[in-house]
Write a protein that binds this ligand. Structure first.
Ligand SMILES: Nc1ncnc2c1ncn2[C@@H]1O[C@H](COP(=O)(O)OP(=O)(O)OP(=O)(O)O)[C@@H](O)[C@H]1O
Ligand SMILES: [Mg+2]
Length: 580
């Protein structure tokens, strides 16, 4: 057997121009992602975020790479260090240039973004060969391929290459596609989460206003500062325009304010479609959701569950009986014996019942019931004391109107400004519960019914509380339902947080997309990269990005792009959206 001559394996040698002698010299695994090491020519200055176009002269394939870090190409041995030290101190000493350059060489640690073929980025499974692949700085027409996948929907920002933005290469994002998906906006405080949401809402409002489609997508948006609809100030004292200012005509048709304190926005009444008072009847909740929302003990919850499982009375009747008092103002336990049957009898009551006699006295009813009902009543009372709950329909119910607005594709801003933390969370859960119930009932129906489901995106601030480990642990709870089953009910969750680590890990791994802005702790990034491994090479890119810089990961498989988001309402044409 004769070995083929090496020239058959190795292409003809030609000497590349200086600045192009950037060879791929190896690979490295980091967090399950393969990184390519490119030894840089000493005259080549690259920085984090730069794009490189690599050409493999053995196969003629071209690849697109992004520099995720720069480091020294060679570990300095002791004798090198001595030599360099000598050079530093003794100007008369010489070293030949190539040795010196080699010693000082850098290498770029790169992510492979894909193969470039006919102006597109593709993944064909080919990988660049070692030593025969050289890299040059990517030209502008190559940069374009990075935004190919991000051309429809609402404009969120422009392509970012390291610290530079490319105004002519918009990065867009489909807000309507979010219905039924889970998407996380994450970043340290002040890094532009709300600004990003503002762009999305702005674009979505325009889109819903211009579209003729019958099925529209509603947005239900948490607002802790009432910063989305109305003008606010940033820390430098500049006005940040609200949606009623940037889109005055559209806001009148498509923007709704849901608030416990309508008087607070009296002056804005005519700038929006409606200022709707938040009123959710207690008896519109199911009894199991009532249990999930209160801090009842297991024994107390069991009373409620027994009632629910017996299906003997309506929720409305349950609360009527719960609030009923005897002549001493105490819970009236006798009703419970009479109406709910043997499950609440005492042994005396059971004997009576066996003998065919009527339940007439308190002693006929289980003695523990009185205490338990007392607790349950106080828990119900606490829910009723929330500024957004009412006793029943007659006392006020905003849900039917809310559903109508969402069905029309309105953006509903939920005013949480004056609510306390636990009230904010409760309100989110109650609203989501109603959305779920509405869509769930229709989801299993025929096509007509399914068409009546309301596609909606719910934006949740401080989402780490709602999606925390202990909240979603019980698979039957409303929390788990919200977190895990939105997809089939066309309910999208746009979760916003500064603390991704507090979100249950398994759940985070199921998110469909991420907008990552700079983070506070290294651990936060690691937690995200474990949930979405495609992100892992972007850590330095993100850390070195200017304000408004972020990384967007979305789709299956995840497409990733670095982007620069404009400051809302401050630039020249920053809130223009490209829509399809
Ligand atoms: N894309 C951007 N370009 C320029 N400046 C920005 C950008 N995004 C945010 N800023 C500046 O940072 C300020 C805070 O931004 P924003 O309110 O969006 O942050 P946040 O992440 O929502 O903060 P918090 O966690 O406190 O809610 C803005 O008022 C603006 O001055
Ligand atoms: Mg914010």
């Amino acid at each position: 057997m004769t070995l083929p001559h090496t020239s058959a394996l190795f292409p003809d040698r030609h000497i590349p121009e200086p600045q192009q002698i950037n060879f791929i010299v190896g690979t490295r695994m980091v967090d399950e992602q393969k990184l390519y090491l490119i030894e840089l020519d000493s005259t080549f200055e690259g920085r984090v975020g730069d794009l490189l176009e690599a050409i493999d002269s053995r196969t003629n394939r071209r690849y697109l790479m992004m520099i995720s870090d720069i480091e020294y190409a060679f570990p300095h041995k002791e004798e090198h260090a001595e030599m360099l030290d000598l050079l530093r101190r003794r100007s008369d000493k010489q070293v030949d240039e190539s040795t010196f350059n080699a010693l000082c060489k850098n290498q770029a640690v790169c992510i492979l973004l894909g193969e470039i073929k006919t102006g597109q980025k593709t993944e064909n499974g080919y990988r660049p060969n070692k030593y025969t692949t050289t890299a040059i700085r990517a030209r502008e027409d190559i940069e374009r391929v990075l935004v190919n996948e991000w051309q429809s929907g609402v404009r969120l920002g422009s392509l970012r290459i390291g610290r530079e933005k490319r105004d002519k290469l918009p990065v867009c994002f489909s807000t309507t596609g979010l219905a039924g998906q889970r998407f996380l906006v994450v970043g340290q405080t002040g890094k532009g989460k709300s600004t990003a949401i503002r762009h999305l809402l702005d674009g979505h409002l325009r889109l819903m206003h211009s579209t003729q489609k019958k099925r529209q997508v509603g947005f239900l948006v948490d607002d802790f500062k009432m910063e989305y609809p109305f003008d606010t100030y940033n820390q430098s004292g500049q006005t940040v325009p609200g949606l009623v200012t940037t889109l005055p005509d559209i806001a009148k048709k498509k923007l709704v304010i849901l608030t416990c304190y309508p008087d607070d926005c009296q002056e804005h009444k005519d700038q929006v479609r409606e200022v709707l008072r938040t009123q959710i009847p207690l008896d519109s909740l199911s009894l199991s959701v009532f249990c999930d929302l209160t801090d009842l003990s297991e024994a107390q919850k069991n009373v409620v569950r027994l009632v629910e499982d017996s299906e003997r009375v309506s929720v409305h009747q349950f609360f009527t009986d719960l609030f009923a008092k005897d002549e001493h103002g105490m819970p009236d336990t006798l009703i419970w014996g009479k109406r709910y049957g043997s499950m609440f009898y005492s042994s005396k009551g059971r004997t009576k019942a066996r003998g065919g006699k009527e339940i007439t006295e308190e002693e006929d009813v289980d003695q523990n019931l009185r205490d338990r009902l007392g607790f349950i009543r106080r828990a119900a009372q606490r829910l009723l004391n929330m500024p957004f709950t009412t006793r029943n329909d007659q006392a006020g119910n905003c849900i039917p109107k809310l559903l109508d607005y969402l069905r029309e594709g309105c953006t509903v801003i939920v005013d949480k400004q004056r609510l306390e933390d636990h009230q904010r969370e409760l309100l989110t859960v109650m609203l989501l519960y109603h959305l779920f119930r509405h869509n769930q009932q229709l989801a299993s129906g025929n096509k007509d019914q399914r068409d009546q489901m309301i596609p909606v995106v719910v934006t949740v601030e401080e989402a780490q509380y709602l999606l925390s480990k202990d909240k979603v642990a019980d698979p039957d709870s409303i929390f788990a339902k919200i977190a895990f089953t939105g997809r089939s009910y066309q309910i999208g969750l746009l979760a916003i947080t500064q603390r991704p680590q507090a979100i249950q890990k398994e759940l985070l791994g199921q998110f469909d997309g991420f907008l990552v802005l700079p983070l506070e702790h290294a651990n936060d990034f690691r937690h995200l990269a474990e949930a979405c491994s495609a992100l892992s090479g972007y850590r330095n890119d993100l850390a070195s990005a200017p304000i408004g810089g972020g990384v967007l990961a979305y789709g299956t498989p995840k497409q990733i792009v670095s982007l620069q988001i404009e400051n809302y309402g401050m630039g020249k044409d920053d809130h223009s959206s490209t829509q399809h």
